[in-house]
Design a protein around this ligand. Structure first.
Ligand SMILES: Nc1ncnc2c1ncn2[C@@H]1O[C@H](COP(=O)(O)OP(=O)(O)OP(=O)(O)O)[C@@H](O)[C@H]1O
Length: 797
C-alpha cells in the first residue's frame, strides 16, 4: 500500500508548479553521492594535530624570542615597573605647571620684570635707567587699565543691547503660538533653539575636555627641564636600572663645560640619539647627534670629565667620532669589566691555525675573541717599555707557527730571549745589538722584496691572473706562494741604524706597500714610534696599528694613524703597568678601533708555554710531511742588498732646494762609500735618468733639484701603490679580522710542502729539526737562511 502512495507524493513534488498550487512535501536536503571505490579524504589524526600545534608553538616562540619582541617586552616590563613613579611624577608636573603659570601671571600682573630692572638700575646708581623702567611700568599700567576699561565697556554695551532683545523674544514666545508667528520670527526661534541644544551637548563635553587639556598643558609646563629628562628610556636588558641610559648620558654631557652644548641645554634642547643606549658586549653603546657648534672631538677632549660624570674610569669611557664630526659614538664599559685580563691563549694546549683566517689575539671591549688578520696586512705594534709589545708579537708569530704552511722569520734588534723558543720553527732568526743583526735584517727585507717580485710573476702566470695569494694557491705545491711572516722586534733600532737604517726603511716601506698581496707579512714592534725612529711611510701604510700604553699624542697617532688622538682613540688613557697587556688597535676588525686585552702566552721567570707550542708546531709540519725551514741550516748565499740610488740622492739633498752635483757626489760617497765611492758625474746622471731626473743648470752650476727628486719618488711610490694597491691606512684599509670566532681547529687538508720549491738565493742543506733541543744555529753570528729554495730539490719532504 505504501509504494503507490510514495510515488504519488514524488510525482506531486516534482510536478511543474506553473499555474497550480505547489504541494509541500517536507524539507529538501542538499547532498552528495559518495563513491566508495574512490580514495576518501582522511580525517586529521591526533599526531597530525599535535605536530601542527607544535609548529604553531615553535613559530610563536621564535617571534616571542626575536630581537624586536625582546626589546618590546623589556620596554613594557620596564615601564610597568616604573608606572607608580611615573604617575606620581605626572601629578607633580601638573601641580608644578599650575604653579609656574601662577608665578607667570603674578609676574605679569605686578610688572615683576620691569620692577627688577628698576631695582637693578637703582642698585647700579643708574637713575636714568631706573626712571625709564618706572616710566614704562606707569605707561604700561595705564595702557593695561585702559584696555580693561574698553573691554568692560564693550561687555556692558553688548548686555544693554542684547538684554531688551532677549526680553522681547521671551515675552513674544510666552504670549504667541509659533504657528501664528511670522515665518521669519519662527525661524529665529528655531535657530535659537538649535543653538541651545548644541550648547547642551558641547558644554558637558567641554567640562571634561577642558580639564584634561588643562592638565596636559600644565604637565608640559611643569615638566622636568633638566637635561636628559625625557620619558623615552629604552631598555633592552633586564638590569635596566643599573646601566647607562640616555638620561645619564645627556646629563653627563650637560656638565662638560662645552659652551655651545650648555647653550643648547639652556634653551631647552633635547639631544637626538641616533642609536639609543643599548648593550654592546661588556658595556653600553650609544650614538648621539650633537647640536650645532659641538663636535665629537670636543667631547673626546673632555673624556675624563665625561667618565667622572658617568661614574666610570677614564679607561672605561670611550667617546669617539662617529661617521661624521657631529656624531658622537660613545661606548662605556660595565664597571670593572676591563680589569680582568683576557686569560690564556686558546691555542696554548691544542689546535691549529689557518693564517688566512687569522690568529686569536685577544678579547675586544665587547668580550669577543679577536681573530687578528695576518694575511694581506702588516702590523705595527708599539708602546712604552714593558707593556706587552713583545708578548703580542709573540702571540701573532705563535699563531703563524701553528699553520704548517707558514714560513717564519724573526729578528730581534736587541739582547732579548723573547723569541728563543721559536728557533726550531724559524727559517731565519737573528737576535742581538751588533751590526751584523741589522745587516741580516736589512738583507732579509731585500730578499723579501726579491721574493715579492718572483711571487708577482708566478701569480701573473696563474690561470685567471688572481689578484692575490689565496689559501688554495698557498697550498699548491711547487708555486712557493706559502705565507711568509717576518717579525722584527725593536724595529726602531734597525731603522735608526747609522749604516743600514735608511736602506732598511726604504725596503720596509716598499714591502709594506706591495707585499701584502703576495702572502708576505711584516710584523714590526717598537718602543718608539716617532717620525725619527719609524719612517713616516711605514706608520702611514701599515694596516694594523696596535698601541699599548703610550706617552703622548705623537706616539699614539704614529701607531694608530693620524687624527686618531683627536678622534678620541687614545692609548694615552692606558695606564702604565696597570693596563699592561691591554692595547688600542685599529685595523684588526671592521670597527673603528678595538680596546684589546691581549692573550698572554708566558715566557718568563721559569714559566714557558711557548716552547711546547713550538714543539707542536714543528710536529705538525712533520705530520704533514713538510721540512721545517729552520734557521739551524747553513747560511744561504744571500743576494746583496740592492742600493736605491734615487732614495739615496733624496736623502743626501738633506732638505736643501738644490745642491750642486759635485756636492751630491761627495755626500753620496760619505753616505755609502762602498756603493758611491767611485761615482762620477756620468754615473750620477745615468742612475737618475731612468727616473726622469737629471742635473740642471742654475746660476752657472749643474745642480740636482730636490723638487725633481721628490716628484720622481712620488711617481715611483704611486706606481708601486698602483701595482700593490697602495693601502692608505685610513682610506682603504685591508680586510679586517673577524671577531668572536676561534680559528678552525684543523685545516681541511694537510697542505703539501712547498716551502722549498721556489727560487731565491741558493739552496742550503736541509736538516730535520729537533723540536726539543732548542738547538742554537750552527753559527748564530752569520746571517741565517735566505728564502727557502732548493732550486728543484725534492718536493714534499
Ligand atoms: N697580555 C698580557 N697579559 C698579562 N701580562 C702581560 C701581557 N703581556 C705582557 N704582560 C706582562 O708584561 C711583561 C712585559 O711584556 P713584554 O716583554 O711583552 O713587554 P714589552 O712591551 O715588549 O717590553 P720591552 O719594550 O721592554 O721589550 C711580561 O713579562 C708580562 O709579565
Amino acid at each position: 500500500m505504501s509504494e503507490p502512495n510514495r510515488e504519488n507524493h514524488e510525482h506531486n513534488a516534482l510536478a511543474p508548479a506553473a499555474g497550480r498550487d505547489v504541494e509541500h512535501v517536507g524539507p529538501v536536503l542538499d547532498g552528495e553521492l559518495i563513491d566508495d571505490t574512490l580514495p576518501q579524504p582522511r580525517g586529521r589524526t591526533m599526531p597530525d594535530r599535535v605536530s601542527a600545534w607544535r609548529r604553531v608553538a615553535d613559530a610563536a616562540g621564535r617571534v616571542w624570542r626575536s630581537g624586536p619582541m625582546v626589546r618590546a617586552r623589556s620596554l613594557v616590563a620596564y615601564r610597568a615597573r616604573k608606572a607608580p613613579v611615573d604617575v606620581l611624577r605626572l601629578v607633580w608636573f601638573v601641580a608644578r605647571g599650575n604653579w609656574r603659570w601662577l608665578v607667570k601671571f603674578w609676574n605679569w600682573a605686578t610688572y615683576a620684570d620691569l620692577r627688577a630692572d628698576a631695582r637693578r638700575a637703582r642698585l647700579a646708581g643708574d637713575a636714568e635707567a631706573r626712571r625709564a623702567a618706572q616710566e614704562l611700568i606707569r605707561s604700561d599700567a595705564t595702557a593695561r587699565w585702559a584696555k580693561l576699561g574698553i573691554a568692560v565697556r564693550r561687555v556692558v554695551i553688548t548686555v544693554r543691547v542684547a538684554a531688551p532683545v532677549v526680553g522681547v523674544l521671551w515675552l513674544v514666545d510666552s504670549v504667541m503660538d509659533r504657528a501664528d508667528m511670522w515665518p521669519w520670527l519662527a525661524d529665529v526661534y528655531t535657530g535659537v533653539e538649535t543653538m541651545w541644544s548644541a550648547l547642551r551637548v558641547v558644554v558637558p563635553l567641554l567640562l571634561v575636555v577642558v580639564p584634561v587639556v588643562w592638565a596636559v598643558a600644565a604637565a608640559f609646563e611643569g615638566r622636568d627641564r633638566s637635561p636628559g629628562a625625557g620619558w623615552l628610556v629604552r631598555p633592552d636588558r633586564d638590569d635596566a636600572d643599573s646601566w647607562i641610559d640616555e638620561r645619564m648620558i645627556s646629563k653627563a654631557l650637560a656638565h662638560l663645560g662645552i659652551a655651545p652644548l650648555d647653550r643648547f641645554y639652556r634653551d631647552g634642547g633635547e639631544l637626538v640619539y641616533t642609536v639609543a643606549a643599548r648593550k654592546d658586549g661588556d658595556g653600553t653603546f650609544a650614538q648621539v647627534r650633537l647640536p650645532l657648534g659641538v663636535t665629537a672631538d670636543m667631547v673626546a677632549a673632555r673624556r675624563s670629565k665625561l667618565a667622572a660624570n658617568l661614574g666610570r674610569a677614564s679607561l672605561e669611557t670611550w667617546p669617539t667620532k662617529g661617521d661624521e664630526d657631529g656624531v658622537l659614538d660613545l661606548w662605556v664599559a660595565d664597571k670593572g669589566v676591563l680589569r680582568g685580563g683576557a686569560g690564556g691563549w686558546p691555542l696554548v694546549a691544542d689546535g691549529q691555525v689557518d693564517v688566512f683566517e687569522g690568529v686569536p689575539f685577544g678579547l675586544s671591549q665587547r668580550g669577543t675573541v679577536i681573530n687578528a688578520p695576518l694575511l694581506g696586512v702588516n702590523w705595527l705594534i708599539g708602546g712604552r717599555p714593558g707593556q706587552g709589545k713583545s708578548a703580542a708579537l709573540r702571540t701573532l708569530l705563535l699563531g703563524a707557527a701553528l699553520d704548517p704552511t707558514a714560513e717564519l722569520w724573526a729578528f730581534v734588534m736587541g739582547e732579548s730571549p723573547d723569541f728563543e723558543p721559536f728557533r726550531p720553527r724559524l727559517s731565519r732568526y737573528r737576535m742581538g745589538m751588533d751590526d751584523s743583526v741589522a745587516e741580516a735584517a736589512t738583507q732579509a727585507l731585500a730578499d723579501l722584496l726579491t721574493e715579492m717580485e718572483r711571487r708577482g710573476k708566478i701569480l701573473g702566470e696563474q690561470p685567471g691572473r688572481p689578484p692575490k695569494v689565496s689559501r688554495k694557491l698557498a697550498d699548491k705545491a711547487g708555486l712557493g706562494l706559502h705565507p711568509l711572516v717576518c717579525g722584527i722586534d725593536e724595529c726602531h733600532e734597525l731603522f735608526q741604524h747609522p749604516k743600514y737604517g735608511k736602506k732598511a726603511a726604504e725596503l720596509a716601506v716598499r714591502l709594506i706597500k706591495r707585499g701584502r698581496k703576495y702572502g708576505i707579512v711584516l710584523l714590526l714592534a717598537t718602543q718608539s714610534p716617532t717620525k725619527d725612529s719609524i719612517p713616516r711611510e711605514v706608520t702611514r701604510n701599515v694596516s694594523c696599528g696596535v698601541a699599548f700604553s703610550v706617552a703622548d699624542q705623537v706616539a699614539n697617532d704614529g701607531l694608530l694613524g693620524s687624527g686618531k688622538y683627536a678622534a678620541g682613540i687614545r692609548a694615552t688613557e692606558l695606564r702604565i703597568n696597570t693596563d699592561r697587556g691591554t692595547c688600542v688597535a685599529v685595523g684588526v676588525t671592521d670597527e673603528t678601533f678595538e680596546l684589546v686585552r691581549t692573550f698572554y702566552v708566558p715566557f718568563e721567570d721559569g714559566a714557558d708555554d711557548v716552547t711546547p707550542v713550538i714543539g707542536r708546531a714543528v710536529a705538525l709540519i712533520e705530520e704533514t710531511g713538510r721540512a721545517v725551514e729552520s734557521s739551524a741550516r747553513p747560511q744561504l748565499d744571500a743576494a746583496p742588498v740592492v742600493a736605491d740610488h734615487l732614495a739615496d740622492v733624496a736623502a743626501v739633498l738633506d732638505g736643501e732646494k738644490r745642491v750642486r752635483t759635485q756636492v751630491v757626489l761627495n755626500r753620496l760617497a760619505r753616505h755609502d762609500p762602498g756603493e758611491y765611492g767611485e761615482w762620477t758625474f756620468r754615473d750620477l746622471t745615468a742612475a737618475l735618468a731612468p727616473h726622469g731626473v737629471g742635473p740642471v743648470k742654475s746660476d752657472g752650476n749643474k745642480v740636482i733639484r730636490a723638487d725633481d727628486v721628490a716628484a720622481a719618488l712620488a711617481r715611483r711610490d704611486r706606481d708601486d701603490a698602483g701595482s700593490g694597491d697602495g693601502d692608505g691606512r685610513d682610506a682603504g684599509r685591508d680586510p679586517a679580522g673577524t671577531q668572536g670566532l676561534l680559528p678552525d681547529g684543523s685545516l681541511p687538508e694537510s697542505p703539501r710542502s712547498d716551502q722549498r720549491e721556489h727560487g731565491s738565493g741558493t739552496p742550503g742543506t736541509r736538516r730535520r729539526p729537533d723540536p726539543g733541543s732548542g738547538r742554537k744555529p750552527a753559527d748564530s753570528g752569520n746571517a741565517s737562511g735566505s728564502l727557502p729554495d732548493d732550486g728543484g730539490g725534492g718536493r714534499d719532504g
